[in-house]
Design a protein around this ligand. Structure first.
Ligand code: ZN
Length: 263
């Protein structure tokens, strides 16, 4: 029996030693899927980092007006991670203007003698520059519809020449337009949520968590048959993996079927 089917061993590695699922998998040479299945089975939970809590994140960023880096320091993560989680929870980011304008601007409220420009004058050259800038109105230049169309057309032509992109019927992945077939009616949001839940919101190929993805996880049909909505034929993939499995379809079908069998 492999160690991962032993609750104490798994608990030790995952909670006490804080290893990632893929690290544990590598340790005893089983698939990562097998690890998460058993962690789920034993209901082993790791305390979540502070920044994965929406209320806490909201409090720190919106109410206390801390920066993402300051929040990261509090919960032991980098600013980038904090921003990704904020995006996941739809917490609006402060704009650059908001951060550096008004009362936050370095020279806010410094008038008269306190102003850094006190007692200085613009040079003649600067005055001319400001004058032409205001007269020229170059900023608001509009392009005519015909001009835009022409630009798109040339861009398209150049693209075709440079990539030699095949027309669809010649492309090796062209299956006669079957991707236009409607998904079966069972393939609804509820089912998709169930599958994601089962997969612990992790991409089943690379292991990335939905929380840090810009777009959510996709539900992939293992045998590419969109009518087959049996849970054993469905798994969660991130955008980039979902794109990759469009190629070498037979290989990936076998790969994922093995993965599901292993569980
Ligand atoms: Zn992935």
């Amino acid at each position: 029996m492999k160690q991962h089917k032993n609750r104490d061993w798994l608990y030790q590695k995952y909670v006490n030693e804080k290893l990632h699922m893929w690290e544990i998998a590598k340790l005893i040479n089983v698939s990562r899927t097998a690890i998460w299945v058993w962690i789920d089975k034993f209901k082993i939970e790791r305390p979540k980092p502070l920044h994965e809590n929406k209320e806490w994140l909201y409090l720190k960023y919106i109410k206390e007006k801390l920066s993402s880096i300051e929040i990261g320091n509090l919960s032991n993560a980098c600013g980038e991670t904090i921003l990704k989680w904020m995006e996941f929870y739809d917490i609006p980011r402060r704009s650059f203007k908001e951060i550096n304008s008004g009362k936050n601007a370095p020279n806010w409220g410094k008038k008269g003698k306190l102003s850094p420009r006190w007692g200085t004058r613009h040079s003649e050259e600067t005055k001319k520059k400001i004058s032409t800038m205001l007269k020229g109105k170059i900023k608001g230049r509009k392009q005519s519809g015909a001009h835009i169309e022409k630009r798109i057309k040339t861009r398209r032509e150049n693209h075709q020449v440079s990539t030699n992109w095949p027309i669809r019927e010649e492309h090796h992945n062209w299956k006669g337009g079957i991707s236009k077939l409607p998904y079966s009616f069972e393939f609804n949001n509820k089912l998709k949520e169930q599958i994601k839940n089962r997969d612990n919101f992790l991409c089943q190929k690379c292991g990335i968590h939905e929380g840090i993805l810009k777009r959510g996880l996709y539900i992939h049909h293992v045998d590419y048959d969109k009518q087959n909505c049996d849970p054993s034929n469905l798994l969660s993939l991130c955008v980039s993996c979902n794109f990759k499995v469009n190629y070498k379809r037979e290989y990936w079908t076998e790969y994922f079927q093995d993965l599901i069998m292993e569980v």
